[in-house]
Design a binder for this molecule. Structure first.
Ligand SMILES: *[C@@H]1O[C@H](CO)[C@@H](O)[C@H](O)[C@H]1NC(C)=O
Ligand SMILES: *[C@@H]1O[C@H](CO)[C@@H](O)[C@H](O)[C@H]1NC(C)=O
Ligand SMILES: *[C@@H]1O[C@H](CO)[C@@H](O)[C@H](O)[C@H]1NC(C)=O
Length: 454
């Protein structure tokens, strides 16, 4: 009966908050790294479930119209979906539909994470739907500009409606089965909109870290990063926030000095090339900003190279080396740790290279679709980084049917991740709230099913 907007202190993975600048590409690589890490452990889990489980999950393809709003255009494309029917009680059981966003969806999407973890309690069928133009769901003609006009949140929502119809037939799902949409970040916005636009099809939605308001200049991102760095609940402090400023001021000073200081900076930050050009200097600062923003955005997530607590430790010269270390040394160390875990030899900051990559129409089969997402931010959302994201979400209930939840020490879409023993009490409580809200909705659905039968 509702849209549930859960959100975090940290930003949304609505990543590409970069006009035409590369910096956030580091943020996207970080997001991909974390998703791949979580998905690979998900496959391991699938195989460890015992007999029968190895056949899970199933992959399928739906034939979708490229332009459902134009009756004379009959062109179609194949949209990928994943299914986990392991817990499904059959026909009348609820359907948990996880929507994909600006990246590919793997088998882990229906095996791990919150929707899959919730499925056994209600005997739900878990299905995930890859967003058009991302992953392998790319129409013929690829990422050429002429094709990209068929990429939008409106068309993605139309795909949800036709997928609802096709999947209901395919799995013989009863018309009284309640469909609950889930999504995180941009996909969270889609989940919320799907419920608001198609209440007759989508019974309720759980939207995690969903930035449902479009904004061109998104400077508030850094405000959230800054507040998070000061939050003692996650290992931040006033000193840590100040140390970040000191470290950045030092980088800027070295950039401005030119000559030997600049050459030393290149070596010390493992930068991929010389720092002479102003546009590349701006990219470098952007990459460092994305690194700090990324640590906040993915704080505490499995696969994240650094937590806020660890970053603050480095910047404040932890490890008993306080007297020799400076925030700048700590930042250098943080860069090395992040590059190492991303498997990158050096810190990339060339604007020309970034632009060349964005011009490439070669689809990227896994991970975030940079070119497509830039197109969507240009045509629909903005979100340009002057830079989280819960500031664009709805954090206060809009009414009794639209509840909201802010998980204070959470990070971007963390509630969607698999449960871990190390989860904070606020995250556990947040997940419990979502569970109870679903309990309420599904009880309502059950009551209306019974009434319908009578
Ligand atoms: C609708 O599709 C037809 C056939 O592909 C095409 O000629 C026409 O331009 C399309 N109309 C719009 C408004 O896109
Ligand atoms: C589909 O479900 C209906 C009951 O709603 C049942 O009678 C029918 O046999 C099912 N069809 C298939 C192919 O399983
Ligand atoms: C302390 O930090 C400085 C500067 O980063 C480094 O050169 C030195 O080796 C460190 N000393 C120890 C004992 O780790």
């Amino acid at each position: 009966m509702a849209v549930w907007l859960a959100q975090w202190l940290g930003p949304l993975l609505l990543v590409s908050l970069w006009g035409l600048s590369a910096p956030a590409s580091l943020l996207r690589r970080l997001g991909e790294h974390i998703q791949q890490f979580q998905e690979s452990s998900a496959q391991g889990l699938g195989l460890s479930l015992g007999p029968g489980a190895a056949a899970l999950p199933k992959v399928g393809w739906l034939e979708q119209l490229l332009d459902p709003f134009n009756v004379s255009d009959r062109r179609s494309f194949l949209q990928r979906y994943w299914v986990n029917d392991q817990h499904w009680v059959g026909q009348d059981g609820p359907i948990f539909l996880l929507l994909g966003g600006e990246g590919s969806l793997g088998p882990g999407s229906v095996m791990r994470g919150h929707p899959a973890a919730l499925a056994p309690a209600w005997g739900a069928l878990v299905i995930s739907l890859e967003h058009r133009f991302y992953g392998l769901s790319i129409p013929a003609g690829g990422l050429e500009m002429a094709q990209l006009r068929f990429l939008s949140s409106r068309l993605a929502l139309a795909d949800v409606v036709s997928a609802h119809l096709a999947l209901s037939r395919l799995f013989n799902i009863s018309s009284s089965s309640p469909w609950i949409c889930f999504g995180g970040s941009y996909a969270g916005s889609l989940a919320a909109w799907a419920r608001l636009k198609f209440p007759h099809l989508i019974f309720a939605s759980v939207a995690s870290s969903a930035p449902v308001r479009a904004v061109l200049d998104f400077s508030e991102y850094n405000d959230v990063v800054s507040r998070s760095l000061m939050s003692t609940a996650i290992g931040g402090s006033l000193e840590c926030r100040a140390a970040v400023s000191v470290a950045f001021a030092e980088v800027e000073r070295r950039l401005r000095s030119g000559g030997a200081a600049q050459a030393a900076l290149q070596t010390e930050l493992s930068a991929c090339g010389p720092l002479g050009r102003a546009e590349n200097q701006a990219e470098l600062l952007g990459a460092l900003q994305a690194l700090v923003g990324g640590v906040v955005q993915y704080d505490g997530q499995t696969g994240a190279p650094l937590s806020v607590r660890q970053l603050c430790g480095l910047l404040l010269g932890g490890g008993g080396n306080r007297s020799h270390s400076t925030p700048y040394c700590g930042l250098r160390r943080a860069v090395q740790i992040v590059l190492h875990s991303l498997g990158q030899k050096c810190l990339s900051f060339s604007r020309a290279e970034t632009v060349a990559q964005l011009r490439s129409t070669e689809p990227q089969l896994s991970g975030v679709g940079d070119r497509q997402w830039l197109y969507q931010t240009c045509t629909e959302f903005g979100f340009w980084d002057t830079d989280p994201w819960h500031v664009l979400s709805v954090t206060q209930a809009l009414g009794s049917s639209e509840s909201t939840l802010l998980i204070r020490t959470g990070s971007h879409c963390l509630d969607m991740a698999p449960e871990r023993p190390s989860d904070s009490p606020s995250l556990r409580l947040g997940r419990q709230n979502i569970f109870q809200q679903l309990q309420t909705w599904l009880k309502l659905a059950k009551e209306s099913q019974i009434k319908g039968e009578v």
